[in-house]
Design a protein around this ligand. Structure first.
Ligand code: GCB
Length: 712
């Protein structure tokens, strides 16, 4: 099932999922289904991936392709074309900087054959994503359009096809941002010796790759077809419960009333439950639940839901289903009623040459590495990831905080709100059935301090579909955090303006996490922390000369400080996870603070480990052993003098005998309880705030606001 929705809270404080009608649960979800194309007895799927023809619009006449109707003929007849791989971002494929920095309309086309056997069916084209906006023609007829990248769209092309012959598909891609697009951006003007130059500007920290970056499929369905399937799962003792809802489209007055059969198969192809009708409940005794990686010896168990529609024609669609629940208390996250601690990363879809283009070799390598680290989740920062990537998460048990395109910084207009809501609603429509998706995250580091932000996010929260999480970075969020279920904070102590002062880390992290929890009585996840680090740059560590920012040693030292704070906050009971920024180095715009991209990765952009990768691996493995009771082997190369976790040996040999459960944490807790007892709850909070105010001047404004917000 997709993301659980809190509808009620019981007196124990455990937030439970109750099943209401699907429309209530999914709120303003975008209409119509967007099922992934899958072959079956009634459906054919053909990939249109490969090498397409490509040309950019002239910079001085960006709309030329539209005014001259390039889509009415093959692109090669309109001017010079170059080959362009699909899926891939076009920016780093071209021979020159024009491709890299281009903004405006880019044009693609290719031909394909449509067999005569398709004539009696419906034929569709489906794009996994086009960044940012797309218009699609087949043989000169417009068949689809879509705005907002990183999300799929489809269009029926039955009426436009030349059956038994060749067809031309043309796509115009527009990557021009403004203050109402999601994410926001603008075109800046710069005076140069050749006159005014118009350049793309984004105020977020990743390269805005453009183009047809995810797979393109043609697929067929019968005329009466399964348009969408929604599942919500629950657990009653040992019984797995699968609530399903099927929507069928294409019925005409002459259509026979279709009958619907729904079967659930286990991994061995045995039917374990069956039902009929468009809505119903399947019960699976002794169900194999979907568990995250490492939390269970058989993680990521997937059943197959088969839907068969019989009428004048029949349609069959098979959908993977993981049976699991996600819930949360005011301190923790739970999966299948067991508390879990998120240990993972912020990531990017990013690699050289292909940009954000889907690449199975890269995806497979990345998941091998995620598991090598012993991570159990990640945040799909800062946009919805490819379905092909999330399939790996579903199949391997890697939990995900699924982010809508979340860089909304300011200029909170109605149009922006509309686009933002559409994007979240399309994301939920796409991923609602994925067991690996455990939260929806809707904004990253928005300017929540602006007055316009309050009504903006209020409207977003009240009318939009449900979600569970909002990522924020500073104390300024206070007014909006009341609407959230889980609070994620980004913090960069020991970096940014405190680079070189790593002593600030532990204390400030505790202050942030504690204050957020106390202010809203909700679980807190640290969704970003980290330092830029040049692989191969070393400075001597803290036990000899001071290490300096940017070195591999410094990155480990800051991490080590963060780990101590995380363990302390976790032992207090309200830190529900930690996600380092970033899994791997990634490309950004050219900026003064970026040396060929962002270097906060544990891995280089080519996925080679920095020293920190080993430190993180030690930590995640030791957390898995302690918190998930996992029997995974301790990493062999575990000789470290860094703080890894309170359950990990500090001895250079890392011998197993020194594996001591939660001793430090308990001591810390006792000390804090003693302090609370002496000072009283209120005083304790105030002293925390005052202390941070004194010890770190940078936080002064934020802390003052924090105090004010508490009075709101
Ligand atoms: C952040 C942003 C992330 C940046 C990161 C950094 O807070 O959420 O997009 O890449 O900082 O490295 O500056």
């Amino acid at each position: 099932m997709g993301n659980p929705i809190v509808i009620s809270r019981d007196v124990t404080g455990l937030h439970k999922v109750f099943l209401y009608s699907f429309s209530q649960i999914f709120g303003d979800i975008s209409p119509g289904g967007i099922l992934y194309p899958r072959e079956s007895e009634s459906r054919e799927v053909r990939s249109l991936d490969g090498v397409w023809n490509f040309r950019l619009s002239p910079m001085d006449e960006p709309t030329q392709g539209l005014t001259q109707q390039w889509y009415q003929q093959e692109l090669r007849k309109t001017g010079d074309i170059v080959p362009m791989p699909v899926p891939a971002s076009y920016n780093d494929i071209g021979p020159n900087v024009t491709f890299r920095t281009f903004w405006g309309l880019a044009w693609y086309d290719r031909t394909f054959f449509a067999p005569s056997s398709w004539k009696d069916q419906r034929v569709w084209v489906r794009f996994g994503s086009v960044c940012y906006a797309a218009q699609v023609w087949v043989n000169g007829k417009e068949v689809a359009s879509h705005e907002i990248g990183h999300l799929p769209f489809s269009g029926e092309i039955s009426q436009a096809l030349n059956y038994g012959g060749n067809n031309v598909i043309t796509v115009a891609v527009n990557n021009t941002p403004d203050q109402t697009t999601v994410p926001q951006g603008r075109i800046n003007s710069v005076k140069t010796s050749d006159g005014i130059k118009h350049v793309l500007y984004f105020n977020f920290d990743f390269f805005q790759y453009s183009g047809i970056d995810r797979p393109v499929y043609l697929y067929t369905t019968p005329r009466v077809y399964i348009d969408d399937i929604s599942v919500m799962t629950d657990i009653e003792n040992d019984t797995g419960v699968v609530n399903f809802n099927v929507s069928i489209l294409g019925l005409s007055e002459d259509s026979e009333e279709p009958s619907i059969a729904v079967n659930l198969y286990d991994r061995d192809g045995q039917v374990v439950a069956e039902s009929t009708g468009a809505e119903g409940v399947l019960r699976v005794p002794d169900a194999n639940l979907w568990w995250p990686y490492i939390m269970h010896p058989k993680p990521a168990y997937l059943y197959t839901l088969e839907v068969i529609v019989n009428g004048n024609e029949s349609d069959v669609y098979r959908h993977p289903v993981g049976i699991r629940t996600v819930s949360w208390t005011n301190t923790s996250l739970l999966i299948n009623n067991h508390p879990f601690y998120l240990r993972g990363f912020g990531r990017h879809e990013d690699s050289d040459i292909r940009g954000k283009g889907v690449d199975y070799s890269l995806i497979t390598k990345d998941y091998n590495l995620i598991k090598w680290f012993g991570a159990n989740g990640y945040r799909t920062s800062h946009y919805p990831y490819a379905e092909e990537i999330l399939d790996f998460s579903d199949r391997q048990g890697i939990m995900g905080l699924s982010l809508v395109d979340d860089h909304i910084s300011s200029g909170f207009s109605d149009e922006l709100l509309n686009n933002h809501k559409t994007s979240l609603s399309e994301l939920i429509r796409r991923d609602k059935n994925r067991p690996s998706v455990i939260m929806w995250s809707i904004a990253n580091e928005a300017d929540t301090d602006e007055d316009d932000a309050v009504p903006y996010f209020k409207a977003y929260f009240l009318k939009g579909p449900s979600y569970a999480n909002w990522t924020v970075t500073s104390m300024l969020l206070g007014r909006q955090a009341q609407f959230l279920d889980v609070i994620c904070i980004n913090e960069y102590y020991g970096w940014g303006s405190t680079v070189g002062i790593q002593e600030v880390v532990k204390h400030q992290v505790m202050v942030d996490v504690t204050s957020w929890h106390q202010l809203h009585n909700k679980p807190v996840v640290v969704s970003e922390y980290g330092t830029d680090t040049m692989a191969g740059y070393h400075s001597v560590g803290r036990f000899q000369l001071p290490s300096s920012g940017g070195s591999e040693e410094y990155q480990m030292e800051v991490m080590s400080q963060q780990f101590e704070a995380f363990d302390e906050a976790h032992s207090e009971g309200y830190l529900a996870g930690e996600m380092i920024w970033n899994f791997a180095d990634f490309m950004t715009d050219q900026r003064t603070k970026r040396v060929n991209g962002n270097r906060k990765g544990m891995l280089t952009r080519t996925r080679q480990p920095k020293a920190s990768a080993h430190l993180l691996r030690w930590r995640y493995h030791s957390l898995a052993r302690k918190l998930d009771n996992a029997t995974i082997a301790r990493p062999a190369d575990s000789d470290t003098h860094f703080y890894v976790s309170s359950w990990f040996a500090r001895s250079p040999q890392g011998a197993d005998s020194s594996f001591h459960p939660a001793r430090d944490c308990e001591r810390n807790t006792q000390e804090r309880q003693r302090r609370k007892g002496e000072e009283g709850e209120q005083d304790f909070e105030r002293s925390v705030i005052k202390y941070s105010f004194d010890s770190c001047k940078i936080r002064r404004v934020k802390i003052i606001r924090h105090v004010k917000l508490r009075q709101v």
